[in-house]
Design a protein around this ligand. Sequence first.
Ligand SMILES: Nc1ncnc2c1ncn2[C@@H]1O[C@H](COP(=O)(O)OP(=O)(O)OP(=O)(O)O)[C@@H](O)[C@H]1O
Length: 545
Amino acid sequence: MGKKKRRHDDREEDVYGHTAGAIGGLAMVMGVLFAIKDKTGLSWPATVILTVAVLVALGYAAWWVKSRVQRMWARTPPEASFSTALATQEAPPVEEEGPARDEELTKALVASRVIGKDEFVRADESVVTPLPHGLGTRYEFKVPAGRTYKDVAAKTEAVAGALDATRMRTQVERGELSARDVEMTVLAQPPFTAPFAPPTREMILAHDGIPFAHSMTGELVGMDDFTKGAIFVAGMTQTGKSTLTVALLTCAYIAYGTELDVYLIEGKPGALTRFEKVAVRYEASSKATAFDSMVRELLQIQQERYEMDMQAMRERKSTPRHRQILFIADEVADYYVSDGSAEAKKQKARLVKNSSELVRKGLECGITVVMMTQRPSDKAVPVEVRDQFKKRICLYVSGKGGAEVALGSDYFKTESPIHPALMDASIQGQGVYFDGVSSKLVRGIRFENDFIWQVVDDVAARREKHIEAAAPDTPLRQAINIMRARRVDFMPTAELAPALGITETDRTERGKLLAKLLGVPAGKGAKGARGYRLTDLTAAERSRS
Ligand SMILES: Nc1ncnc2c1ncn2[C@@H]1O[C@H](COP(=O)(O)OP(=O)(O)OP(=O)(O)O)[C@@H](O)[C@H]1O
Protein backbone atom coordinates (compact mmCIF):
# COMPACT_ATOMS: atom_id res chain seq x y z
CA MET A 1 0.00 0.00 0.00
CA GLY A 2 2.73 2.42 1.06
CA LYS A 3 4.81 1.48 -2.00
CA LYS A 4 1.91 2.18 -4.43
CA LYS A 5 1.41 5.71 -2.98
CA ARG A 6 5.11 6.48 -3.25
CA ARG A 7 5.13 5.38 -6.97
CA HIS A 8 2.06 7.68 -7.61
CA ASP A 9 3.83 10.68 -6.00
CA ASP A 10 6.98 9.99 -8.10
CA ARG A 11 4.96 9.99 -11.36
CA GLU A 12 3.32 13.37 -10.41
CA GLU A 13 6.73 14.86 -9.75
CA ASP A 14 7.95 13.59 -13.21
CA VAL A 15 5.05 15.33 -14.97
CA TYR A 16 5.81 18.66 -13.22
CA GLY A 17 9.55 18.28 -14.13
CA HIS A 18 8.88 17.53 -17.84
CA THR A 19 6.35 20.41 -18.16
CA ALA A 20 8.80 22.90 -16.61
CA GLY A 21 11.58 21.64 -18.98
CA ALA A 22 9.34 21.99 -22.05
CA ILE A 23 8.30 25.58 -21.05
CA GLY A 24 12.03 26.40 -20.52
CA GLY A 25 13.02 24.88 -23.93
CA LEU A 26 10.17 26.72 -25.73
CA ALA A 27 11.22 30.02 -24.13
CA MET A 28 14.82 29.43 -25.32
CA VAL A 29 13.74 28.62 -28.92
CA MET A 30 11.44 31.67 -29.00
CA GLY A 31 14.33 33.81 -27.64
CA VAL A 32 16.71 32.55 -30.35
CA LEU A 33 14.06 33.15 -33.09
CA PHE A 34 13.40 36.69 -31.77
CA ALA A 35 17.16 37.38 -31.91
CA ILE A 36 17.45 36.08 -35.50
CA LYS A 37 14.32 38.01 -36.62
CA ASP A 38 15.63 41.13 -34.96
CA LYS A 39 19.09 40.77 -36.57
CA THR A 40 17.89 39.79 -40.08
CA GLY A 41 14.74 41.93 -40.14
CA LEU A 42 12.79 39.05 -41.78
CA SER A 43 9.13 38.15 -41.23
CA TRP A 44 8.24 35.38 -38.68
CA PRO A 45 7.61 32.56 -41.26
CA ALA A 46 10.85 33.41 -43.16
CA THR A 47 12.81 33.37 -39.89
CA VAL A 48 11.43 29.89 -38.96
CA ILE A 49 12.13 28.43 -42.49
CA LEU A 50 15.66 29.90 -42.51
CA THR A 51 16.45 28.47 -39.06
CA VAL A 52 15.18 24.94 -39.98
CA ALA A 53 17.18 25.01 -43.31
CA VAL A 54 20.39 26.04 -41.52
CA LEU A 55 19.92 23.25 -38.90
CA VAL A 56 19.33 20.57 -41.60
CA ALA A 57 22.42 21.73 -43.56
CA LEU A 58 24.53 21.61 -40.40
CA GLY A 59 23.22 18.09 -39.57
CA TYR A 60 24.10 16.81 -43.07
CA ALA A 61 27.58 18.39 -42.91
CA ALA A 62 28.20 16.69 -39.54
CA TRP A 63 27.14 13.26 -40.93
CA TRP A 64 29.37 13.73 -44.02
CA VAL A 65 32.44 14.62 -41.94
CA LYS A 66 31.76 11.72 -39.53
CA SER A 67 31.51 9.08 -42.29
CA ARG A 68 34.64 10.38 -44.05
CA VAL A 69 36.64 10.17 -40.82
CA GLN A 70 35.34 6.63 -40.14
CA ARG A 71 36.40 5.43 -43.63
CA MET A 72 39.82 6.94 -43.23
CA TRP A 73 40.22 5.20 -39.85
CA ALA A 74 39.16 1.88 -41.33
CA ARG A 75 41.73 2.37 -44.17
CA THR A 76 39.54 0.44 -46.57
CA PRO A 77 38.85 1.52 -50.14
CA PRO A 78 35.28 2.64 -50.63
CA GLU A 79 34.61 -0.13 -53.22
CA ALA A 80 35.74 -2.83 -50.81
CA SER A 81 33.60 -1.50 -48.07
CA PHE A 82 30.72 -1.40 -50.45
CA SER A 83 31.12 -5.00 -51.63
CA THR A 84 31.72 -6.14 -48.06
CA ALA A 85 28.57 -4.37 -47.08
CA LEU A 86 26.71 -6.07 -49.93
CA ALA A 87 28.16 -9.45 -49.04
CA THR A 88 27.19 -8.98 -45.46
CA GLN A 89 23.67 -8.21 -46.59
CA GLU A 90 23.34 -11.07 -49.13
CA ALA A 91 25.29 -14.08 -47.66
CA PRO A 92 23.30 -16.34 -45.34
CA PRO A 93 24.67 -16.65 -41.84
CA VAL A 94 27.77 -18.94 -41.87
CA GLU A 95 27.17 -22.04 -39.75
CA GLU A 96 29.79 -24.68 -38.78
CA GLU A 97 28.43 -27.71 -40.81
CA GLY A 98 29.81 -31.26 -40.13
CA PRO A 99 30.02 -34.13 -42.70
CA ALA A 100 26.76 -35.70 -43.85
CA ARG A 101 25.63 -38.76 -41.90
CA ASP A 102 24.40 -42.18 -43.02
CA GLU A 103 20.99 -41.98 -41.44
CA GLU A 104 20.07 -45.70 -41.64
CA LEU A 105 23.28 -47.00 -40.10
CA THR A 106 23.51 -44.21 -37.54
CA LYS A 107 19.95 -44.89 -36.40
CA ALA A 108 20.59 -48.64 -36.13
CA LEU A 109 23.89 -48.26 -34.26
CA VAL A 110 22.50 -45.67 -31.84
CA ALA A 111 19.38 -47.77 -31.21
CA SER A 112 21.49 -50.86 -30.53
CA ARG A 113 23.82 -48.78 -28.30
CA VAL A 114 26.89 -49.51 -30.34
CA ILE A 115 27.52 -45.75 -30.56
CA GLY A 116 26.32 -42.84 -28.44
CA LYS A 117 23.54 -40.42 -29.39
CA ASP A 118 26.06 -37.71 -30.25
CA GLU A 119 28.05 -40.03 -32.57
CA PHE A 120 27.25 -40.98 -36.17
CA VAL A 121 28.39 -42.94 -39.22
CA ARG A 122 29.59 -40.59 -41.96
CA ALA A 123 27.84 -40.92 -45.32
CA ASP A 124 31.19 -40.56 -47.10
CA GLU A 125 32.54 -43.46 -45.01
CA SER A 126 29.78 -45.95 -45.77
CA VAL A 127 28.93 -47.98 -48.86
CA VAL A 128 25.69 -49.91 -49.07
CA THR A 129 25.51 -52.50 -51.87
CA PRO A 130 22.68 -54.86 -52.78
CA LEU A 131 23.84 -58.49 -52.98
CA PRO A 132 23.27 -60.35 -56.26
CA HIS A 133 20.04 -62.33 -56.80
CA GLY A 134 18.24 -60.23 -54.16
CA LEU A 135 20.14 -62.10 -51.44
CA GLY A 136 20.32 -59.08 -49.17
CA THR A 137 22.51 -56.05 -48.48
CA ARG A 138 26.17 -55.50 -47.71
CA TYR A 139 27.10 -52.54 -45.54
CA GLU A 140 30.72 -51.43 -45.52
CA PHE A 141 31.36 -48.57 -43.12
CA LYS A 142 33.67 -46.99 -40.59
CA VAL A 143 32.55 -46.65 -36.98
CA PRO A 144 33.37 -43.33 -35.26
CA ALA A 145 36.95 -42.90 -33.98
CA GLY A 146 37.42 -44.67 -30.66
CA ARG A 147 35.11 -47.54 -31.69
CA THR A 148 36.02 -50.74 -33.54
CA TYR A 149 34.22 -53.43 -35.54
CA LYS A 150 34.24 -55.49 -32.31
CA ASP A 151 31.74 -53.06 -30.77
CA VAL A 152 29.38 -53.86 -33.64
CA ALA A 153 30.15 -57.61 -33.58
CA ALA A 154 29.45 -57.77 -29.84
CA LYS A 155 25.95 -56.38 -30.45
CA THR A 156 25.16 -58.16 -33.72
CA GLU A 157 21.77 -59.32 -32.49
CA ALA A 158 20.69 -55.82 -31.42
CA VAL A 159 21.98 -54.26 -34.66
CA ALA A 160 20.16 -56.95 -36.66
CA GLY A 161 16.97 -56.15 -34.77
CA ALA A 162 17.38 -52.41 -35.42
CA LEU A 163 17.68 -53.19 -39.14
CA ASP A 164 14.59 -55.38 -39.01
CA ALA A 165 16.63 -58.58 -39.47
CA THR A 166 17.56 -61.53 -37.24
CA ARG A 167 20.88 -62.65 -35.76
CA MET A 168 21.01 -65.63 -38.13
CA ARG A 169 20.58 -63.35 -41.15
CA THR A 170 23.30 -60.96 -40.03
CA GLN A 171 27.05 -61.30 -40.14
CA VAL A 172 29.58 -58.75 -38.91
CA GLU A 173 33.22 -58.95 -39.94
CA ARG A 174 36.28 -56.75 -39.72
CA GLY A 175 36.89 -54.66 -42.81
CA GLU A 176 40.21 -54.69 -44.57
CA LEU A 177 41.66 -51.27 -43.84
CA SER A 178 41.50 -50.82 -40.10
CA ALA A 179 39.79 -52.03 -36.94
CA ARG A 180 37.24 -49.23 -37.47
CA ASP A 181 36.15 -50.75 -40.79
CA VAL A 182 33.11 -53.00 -40.61
CA GLU A 183 31.68 -55.35 -43.22
CA MET A 184 28.16 -56.29 -42.38
CA THR A 185 25.94 -58.61 -44.39
CA VAL A 186 22.20 -58.68 -43.83
CA LEU A 187 20.27 -61.34 -45.71
CA ALA A 188 16.77 -60.73 -46.97
CA GLN A 189 15.77 -64.39 -46.32
CA PRO A 190 16.81 -66.95 -43.70
CA PRO A 191 20.29 -68.29 -44.57
CA PHE A 192 20.63 -71.12 -47.11
CA THR A 193 16.98 -70.95 -48.08
CA ALA A 194 18.16 -71.70 -51.62
CA PRO A 195 21.07 -74.14 -52.16
CA PHE A 196 24.38 -73.03 -53.70
CA ALA A 197 25.82 -75.10 -56.54
CA PRO A 198 28.98 -77.05 -55.61
CA PRO A 199 32.21 -75.54 -56.96
CA THR A 200 33.93 -76.89 -60.06
CA ARG A 201 37.48 -78.28 -60.02
CA GLU A 202 38.72 -74.94 -61.43
CA MET A 203 36.99 -72.96 -58.71
CA ILE A 204 38.50 -75.21 -56.05
CA LEU A 205 41.99 -74.80 -57.49
CA ALA A 206 41.52 -71.03 -57.72
CA HIS A 207 40.41 -70.82 -54.08
CA ASP A 208 43.03 -69.68 -51.63
CA GLY A 209 42.97 -72.73 -49.33
CA ILE A 210 40.99 -75.93 -49.06
CA PRO A 211 37.26 -75.25 -49.25
CA PHE A 212 34.61 -77.35 -47.52
CA ALA A 213 31.56 -75.08 -47.29
CA HIS A 214 29.68 -72.08 -48.61
CA SER A 215 29.23 -68.88 -46.64
CA MET A 216 25.71 -67.50 -46.30
CA THR A 217 26.35 -65.35 -49.35
CA GLY A 218 27.58 -68.29 -51.42
CA GLU A 219 31.35 -67.71 -51.26
CA LEU A 220 33.63 -70.68 -50.67
CA VAL A 221 34.82 -71.12 -47.08
CA GLY A 222 37.76 -73.31 -46.15
CA MET A 223 41.00 -73.76 -44.30
CA ASP A 224 43.85 -71.44 -45.34
CA ASP A 225 46.02 -74.50 -45.36
CA PHE A 226 46.26 -77.63 -43.28
CA THR A 227 49.06 -76.30 -41.08
CA LYS A 228 46.68 -73.84 -39.43
CA GLY A 229 44.70 -76.20 -37.24
CA ALA A 230 43.06 -79.51 -36.65
CA ILE A 231 39.26 -79.57 -37.01
CA PHE A 232 36.64 -80.92 -34.63
CA VAL A 233 33.27 -81.50 -36.31
CA ALA A 234 30.25 -82.10 -34.09
CA GLY A 235 26.52 -82.20 -34.62
CA MET A 236 23.55 -84.42 -34.00
CA THR A 237 22.94 -87.42 -36.22
CA GLN A 238 22.06 -86.74 -39.88
CA THR A 239 23.00 -83.06 -39.69
CA GLY A 240 25.65 -83.21 -42.42
CA LYS A 241 29.01 -83.93 -40.73
CA SER A 242 30.10 -86.63 -43.20
CA THR A 243 28.95 -84.61 -46.21
CA LEU A 244 31.06 -81.65 -45.08
CA THR A 245 34.10 -83.81 -44.28
CA VAL A 246 33.83 -85.61 -47.62
CA ALA A 247 33.82 -82.17 -49.28
CA LEU A 248 37.00 -81.24 -47.40
CA LEU A 249 38.66 -84.49 -48.44
CA THR A 250 37.59 -84.14 -52.07
CA CYS A 251 38.91 -80.58 -52.25
CA ALA A 252 42.13 -81.62 -50.48
CA TYR A 253 42.75 -84.31 -53.13
CA ILE A 254 42.12 -81.74 -55.87
CA ALA A 255 44.49 -79.26 -54.23
CA TYR A 256 47.29 -81.67 -53.27
CA GLY A 257 46.89 -84.39 -55.94
CA THR A 258 49.19 -87.35 -55.26
CA GLU A 259 51.07 -85.31 -52.64
CA LEU A 260 48.44 -86.10 -50.01
CA ASP A 261 48.52 -89.13 -47.69
CA VAL A 262 45.17 -89.92 -46.13
CA TYR A 263 44.39 -92.10 -43.11
CA LEU A 264 40.70 -92.82 -42.57
CA ILE A 265 38.77 -94.62 -39.87
CA GLU A 266 35.02 -94.96 -39.39
CA GLY A 267 32.93 -97.27 -37.22
CA LYS A 268 31.44 -99.12 -40.20
CA PRO A 269 31.74 -98.78 -43.97
CA GLY A 270 30.19 -95.35 -44.66
CA ALA A 271 30.88 -92.04 -46.35
CA LEU A 272 34.67 -92.39 -46.17
CA THR A 273 34.69 -95.76 -48.01
CA ARG A 274 34.64 -93.78 -51.27
CA PHE A 275 38.29 -92.92 -50.65
CA GLU A 276 39.52 -96.39 -49.62
CA LYS A 277 41.15 -96.86 -53.02
CA VAL A 278 43.46 -93.87 -52.57
CA ALA A 279 43.87 -93.77 -48.79
CA VAL A 280 47.17 -94.92 -47.31
CA ARG A 281 45.14 -96.70 -44.67
CA TYR A 282 41.41 -97.16 -44.35
CA GLU A 283 39.71 -98.91 -41.43
CA ALA A 284 36.03 -99.62 -40.89
CA SER A 285 36.07 -100.52 -37.22
CA SER A 286 34.61 -99.13 -34.03
CA LYS A 287 37.27 -100.89 -31.94
CA ALA A 288 39.56 -98.73 -29.84
CA THR A 289 42.50 -100.93 -30.87
CA ALA A 290 42.03 -100.04 -34.55
CA PHE A 291 41.99 -96.33 -33.73
CA ASP A 292 44.92 -96.73 -31.35
CA SER A 293 46.94 -98.51 -34.01
CA MET A 294 46.40 -95.70 -36.52
CA VAL A 295 47.22 -93.04 -33.94
CA ARG A 296 50.45 -94.82 -33.04
CA GLU A 297 51.45 -95.19 -36.68
CA LEU A 298 50.98 -91.48 -37.17
CA LEU A 299 52.83 -90.62 -33.95
CA GLN A 300 55.74 -92.66 -35.24
CA ILE A 301 55.75 -90.63 -38.47
CA GLN A 302 55.53 -87.47 -36.42
CA GLN A 303 58.55 -88.54 -34.37
CA GLU A 304 60.57 -89.31 -37.50
CA ARG A 305 59.69 -85.97 -39.02
CA TYR A 306 60.80 -84.21 -35.85
CA GLU A 307 64.10 -86.01 -36.01
CA MET A 308 64.54 -85.11 -39.68
CA ASP A 309 63.84 -81.47 -38.89
CA MET A 310 66.33 -81.49 -36.03
CA GLN A 311 68.96 -83.15 -38.15
CA ALA A 312 68.46 -80.54 -40.87
CA MET A 313 68.84 -77.84 -38.23
CA ARG A 314 72.06 -79.38 -36.94
CA GLU A 315 73.41 -79.53 -40.48
CA ARG A 316 72.24 -75.95 -41.07
CA LYS A 317 70.04 -77.07 -43.94
CA SER A 318 66.55 -75.79 -44.63
CA THR A 319 63.67 -77.69 -43.00
CA PRO A 320 62.62 -80.65 -45.18
CA ARG A 321 59.22 -80.44 -46.88
CA HIS A 322 57.00 -83.24 -45.58
CA ARG A 323 54.10 -84.73 -47.48
CA GLN A 324 50.78 -83.55 -46.13
CA ILE A 325 48.94 -86.15 -44.07
CA LEU A 326 45.23 -85.92 -43.33
CA PHE A 327 43.82 -88.19 -40.63
CA ILE A 328 40.03 -88.35 -40.49
CA ALA A 329 38.21 -90.25 -37.76
CA ASP A 330 34.44 -90.53 -37.78
CA GLU A 331 32.48 -90.98 -34.55
CA VAL A 332 35.53 -90.78 -32.33
CA ALA A 333 33.41 -91.08 -29.18
CA ASP A 334 33.25 -94.84 -29.88
CA TYR A 335 37.01 -95.16 -29.47
CA TYR A 336 37.12 -93.56 -26.04
CA VAL A 337 34.58 -95.84 -24.35
CA SER A 338 35.79 -97.96 -21.48
CA ASP A 339 34.08 -100.90 -19.81
CA GLY A 340 35.52 -99.76 -16.50
CA SER A 341 38.01 -102.61 -16.13
CA ALA A 342 41.54 -101.72 -15.04
CA GLU A 343 42.92 -102.77 -18.45
CA ALA A 344 40.32 -100.71 -20.38
CA LYS A 345 40.99 -97.66 -18.20
CA LYS A 346 44.69 -97.97 -18.86
CA GLN A 347 44.12 -98.32 -22.60
CA LYS A 348 41.80 -95.31 -22.65
CA ALA A 349 44.29 -93.17 -20.72
CA ARG A 350 47.01 -94.09 -23.23
CA LEU A 351 44.71 -93.36 -26.16
CA VAL A 352 43.71 -89.98 -24.74
CA LYS A 353 47.36 -89.06 -24.24
CA ASN A 354 48.48 -90.26 -27.67
CA SER A 355 45.59 -88.81 -29.64
CA SER A 356 45.77 -85.41 -27.97
CA GLU A 357 49.51 -85.31 -28.63
CA LEU A 358 48.89 -86.15 -32.28
CA VAL A 359 46.31 -83.36 -32.64
CA ARG A 360 48.50 -80.86 -30.83
CA LYS A 361 51.90 -81.54 -32.33
CA GLY A 362 50.94 -83.06 -35.66
CA LEU A 363 50.37 -79.71 -37.35
CA GLU A 364 54.02 -78.73 -37.00
CA CYS A 365 55.10 -81.65 -39.12
CA GLY A 366 52.33 -81.83 -41.69
CA ILE A 367 49.77 -84.08 -39.96
CA THR A 368 46.28 -82.61 -39.72
CA VAL A 369 43.60 -84.38 -37.72
CA VAL A 370 39.86 -84.14 -38.34
CA MET A 371 37.63 -85.76 -35.71
CA MET A 372 33.86 -86.08 -35.99
CA THR A 373 31.27 -86.90 -33.39
CA GLN A 374 27.51 -87.06 -33.26
CA ARG A 375 27.66 -87.09 -29.47
CA PRO A 376 28.61 -83.59 -28.37
CA SER A 377 28.17 -84.43 -24.69
CA ASP A 378 30.77 -83.62 -22.12
CA LYS A 379 31.89 -87.20 -21.52
CA ALA A 380 31.76 -88.72 -25.02
CA VAL A 381 35.01 -87.27 -26.37
CA PRO A 382 37.47 -86.49 -23.55
CA VAL A 383 38.00 -82.80 -22.96
CA GLU A 384 41.81 -83.25 -23.08
CA VAL A 385 41.41 -84.30 -26.72
CA ARG A 386 38.76 -81.71 -27.64
CA ASP A 387 40.78 -78.86 -26.16
CA GLN A 388 43.56 -79.42 -28.70
CA PHE A 389 41.37 -78.37 -31.64
CA LYS A 390 41.68 -74.77 -32.72
CA LYS A 391 39.04 -74.96 -35.44
CA ARG A 392 35.57 -76.20 -34.70
CA ILE A 393 32.48 -76.83 -36.76
CA CYS A 394 29.19 -77.31 -35.00
CA LEU A 395 26.27 -78.50 -37.07
CA TYR A 396 22.82 -78.52 -35.59
CA VAL A 397 22.70 -79.31 -31.85
CA SER A 398 19.63 -78.76 -29.73
CA GLY A 399 21.14 -77.15 -26.64
CA LYS A 400 23.75 -74.75 -25.34
CA GLY A 401 25.64 -77.56 -23.58
CA GLY A 402 26.15 -79.43 -26.85
CA ALA A 403 27.30 -76.24 -28.52
CA GLU A 404 29.84 -75.63 -25.74
CA VAL A 405 31.22 -79.15 -26.13
CA ALA A 406 31.44 -78.70 -29.90
CA LEU A 407 32.76 -75.16 -30.00
CA GLY A 408 34.59 -74.88 -26.66
CA SER A 409 33.46 -74.07 -23.13
CA ASP A 410 34.24 -70.35 -23.59
CA TYR A 411 32.58 -70.12 -26.98
CA PHE A 412 29.70 -67.94 -25.84
CA LYS A 413 32.16 -65.38 -24.46
CA THR A 414 33.82 -64.96 -27.85
CA GLU A 415 33.29 -62.24 -30.42
CA SER A 416 29.78 -62.43 -31.83
CA PRO A 417 28.92 -66.08 -31.10
CA ILE A 418 26.16 -67.82 -33.08
CA HIS A 419 23.93 -70.21 -31.18
CA PRO A 420 23.79 -73.43 -33.26
CA ALA A 421 20.37 -74.29 -31.84
CA LEU A 422 18.96 -71.26 -33.72
CA MET A 423 19.82 -72.86 -37.06
CA ASP A 424 17.01 -74.35 -39.08
CA ALA A 425 17.46 -78.07 -38.43
CA SER A 426 15.58 -78.91 -41.61
CA ILE A 427 18.36 -77.36 -43.75
CA GLN A 428 21.00 -80.09 -43.49
CA GLY A 429 24.66 -79.25 -43.66
CA GLN A 430 24.30 -75.86 -41.94
CA GLY A 431 26.83 -75.19 -39.23
CA VAL A 432 28.80 -72.67 -37.22
CA TYR A 433 32.45 -72.52 -38.23
CA PHE A 434 34.56 -71.13 -35.39
CA ASP A 435 38.20 -70.51 -36.29
CA GLY A 436 39.29 -69.76 -32.73
CA VAL A 437 38.50 -66.05 -32.99
CA SER A 438 35.32 -65.43 -34.91
CA SER A 439 32.31 -67.40 -36.07
CA LYS A 440 30.71 -67.81 -39.44
CA LEU A 441 27.53 -69.47 -40.53
CA VAL A 442 28.33 -71.99 -43.28
CA ARG A 443 26.79 -74.88 -45.15
CA GLY A 444 28.90 -77.89 -46.11
CA ILE A 445 29.39 -78.44 -49.84
CA ARG A 446 27.48 -81.43 -51.10
CA PHE A 447 29.30 -82.92 -54.07
CA GLU A 448 27.55 -85.36 -56.37
CA ASN A 449 28.97 -88.88 -56.11
CA ASP A 450 30.10 -88.79 -59.76
CA PHE A 451 32.30 -85.81 -59.04
CA ILE A 452 33.89 -87.60 -56.05
CA TRP A 453 34.50 -90.78 -58.10
CA GLN A 454 36.23 -88.71 -60.77
CA VAL A 455 38.54 -87.11 -58.23
CA VAL A 456 39.36 -90.49 -56.63
CA ASP A 457 39.97 -92.17 -60.01
CA ASP A 458 42.14 -89.31 -61.16
CA VAL A 459 44.36 -89.50 -58.05
CA ALA A 460 44.53 -93.32 -58.33
CA ALA A 461 45.53 -93.15 -62.01
CA ARG A 462 48.21 -90.58 -61.36
CA ARG A 463 49.54 -92.59 -58.44
CA GLU A 464 49.64 -95.78 -60.52
CA LYS A 465 51.61 -94.03 -63.20
CA HIS A 466 54.00 -92.89 -60.53
CA ILE A 467 54.33 -96.42 -59.11
CA GLU A 468 54.82 -97.97 -62.57
CA ALA A 469 57.67 -95.57 -63.15
CA ALA A 470 59.15 -96.51 -59.80
CA ALA A 471 60.51 -99.91 -58.76
CA PRO A 472 58.09 -102.82 -58.16
CA ASP A 473 56.99 -103.65 -54.61
CA THR A 474 59.92 -104.38 -52.30
CA PRO A 475 59.66 -107.25 -49.73
CA LEU A 476 59.31 -104.50 -47.11
CA ARG A 477 56.27 -102.96 -48.88
CA GLN A 478 54.83 -106.47 -49.36
CA ALA A 479 55.21 -107.14 -45.62
CA ILE A 480 53.46 -103.84 -44.80
CA ASN A 481 50.63 -104.65 -47.21
CA ILE A 482 50.20 -108.10 -45.69
CA MET A 483 50.00 -106.72 -42.15
CA ARG A 484 47.58 -103.99 -43.15
CA ALA A 485 45.40 -106.45 -45.03
CA ARG A 486 45.29 -108.67 -41.94
CA ARG A 487 44.75 -105.58 -39.75
CA VAL A 488 47.52 -106.48 -37.31
CA ASP A 489 50.17 -104.31 -35.70
CA PHE A 490 52.58 -107.17 -35.05
CA MET A 491 53.32 -110.37 -36.98
CA PRO A 492 55.53 -113.19 -35.67
CA THR A 493 58.43 -114.26 -37.90
CA ALA A 494 56.87 -117.71 -38.15
CA GLU A 495 53.85 -116.18 -39.96
CA LEU A 496 55.50 -113.40 -41.95
CA ALA A 497 58.36 -115.50 -43.39
CA PRO A 498 56.15 -118.01 -45.30
CA ALA A 499 53.86 -115.14 -46.42
CA LEU A 500 56.92 -113.67 -48.13
CA GLY A 501 57.92 -116.98 -49.73
CA ILE A 502 60.59 -118.17 -47.20
CA THR A 503 60.25 -121.94 -46.87
CA GLU A 504 63.13 -122.51 -44.39
CA THR A 505 61.85 -124.45 -41.37
CA ASP A 506 64.77 -123.92 -38.98
CA ARG A 507 63.67 -121.08 -36.67
CA THR A 508 67.06 -119.36 -36.43
CA GLU A 509 67.81 -119.62 -40.13
CA ARG A 510 64.30 -118.46 -41.04
CA GLY A 511 64.71 -115.43 -38.76
CA LYS A 512 68.04 -114.54 -40.33
CA LEU A 513 66.65 -114.89 -43.88
CA LEU A 514 63.64 -112.70 -43.12
CA ALA A 515 65.69 -110.00 -41.41
CA LYS A 516 68.00 -109.94 -44.43
CA LEU A 517 65.08 -109.78 -46.86
CA LEU A 518 63.37 -106.94 -45.03
CA GLY A 519 66.54 -105.17 -43.97
CA VAL A 520 64.98 -104.64 -40.55
CA PRO A 521 65.93 -106.45 -37.31
CA ALA A 522 63.16 -108.44 -35.61
CA GLY A 523 61.71 -107.41 -32.26
CA LYS A 524 59.51 -108.97 -29.61
CA GLY A 525 55.73 -109.00 -29.55
CA ALA A 526 53.46 -108.60 -26.53
CA LYS A 527 53.56 -112.34 -25.84
CA GLY A 528 57.33 -112.58 -26.24
CA ALA A 529 57.32 -114.04 -29.77
CA ARG A 530 59.95 -112.70 -32.20
CA GLY A 531 58.54 -110.83 -35.14
CA TYR A 532 57.93 -107.42 -36.74
CA ARG A 533 55.93 -104.36 -35.77
CA LEU A 534 54.01 -102.54 -38.50
CA THR A 535 55.27 -99.17 -37.23
CA ASP A 536 58.91 -100.37 -37.52
CA LEU A 537 58.36 -101.55 -41.07
CA THR A 538 56.61 -98.37 -42.21
CA ALA A 539 59.35 -96.30 -40.55
CA ALA A 540 62.03 -98.31 -42.39
CA GLU A 541 60.19 -97.84 -45.68
CA ARG A 542 59.93 -94.10 -45.21
CA SER A 543 63.55 -93.75 -44.27
CA ARG A 544 64.50 -95.44 -47.56
CA SER A 545 62.21 -93.42 -49.77
N1 LIG B 1 25.03 -79.30 -47.60
C1 LIG B 1 24.07 -80.17 -47.79
N2 LIG B 1 23.16 -79.96 -48.74
C2 LIG B 1 22.16 -80.83 -48.97
N3 LIG B 1 21.99 -81.96 -48.26
C3 LIG B 1 22.87 -82.23 -47.29
C4 LIG B 1 23.95 -81.36 -47.00
N4 LIG B 1 24.66 -81.89 -46.00
C5 LIG B 1 24.06 -83.03 -45.67
N5 LIG B 1 22.99 -83.25 -46.45
C6 LIG B 1 22.11 -84.42 -46.41
O1 LIG B 1 21.79 -84.69 -45.07
C7 LIG B 1 21.78 -86.08 -44.82
C8 LIG B 1 22.72 -86.40 -43.68
O2 LIG B 1 24.02 -86.02 -44.02
P1 LIG B 1 25.30 -86.73 -43.41
O3 LIG B 1 25.28 -88.18 -43.62
O4 LIG B 1 26.46 -85.98 -43.91
O5 LIG B 1 25.06 -86.43 -41.87
P2 LIG B 1 25.88 -86.93 -40.62
O6 LIG B 1 25.79 -85.83 -39.63
O7 LIG B 1 27.23 -87.36 -41.01
O8 LIG B 1 25.03 -88.15 -40.13
P3 LIG B 1 25.43 -89.31 -39.09
O9 LIG B 1 25.90 -88.63 -37.84
O10 LIG B 1 24.18 -90.02 -38.88
O11 LIG B 1 26.52 -90.10 -39.73
C9 LIG B 1 22.19 -86.74 -46.13
O12 LIG B 1 21.03 -87.17 -46.80
C10 LIG B 1 22.85 -85.64 -46.90
O13 LIG B 1 22.71 -85.80 -48.28
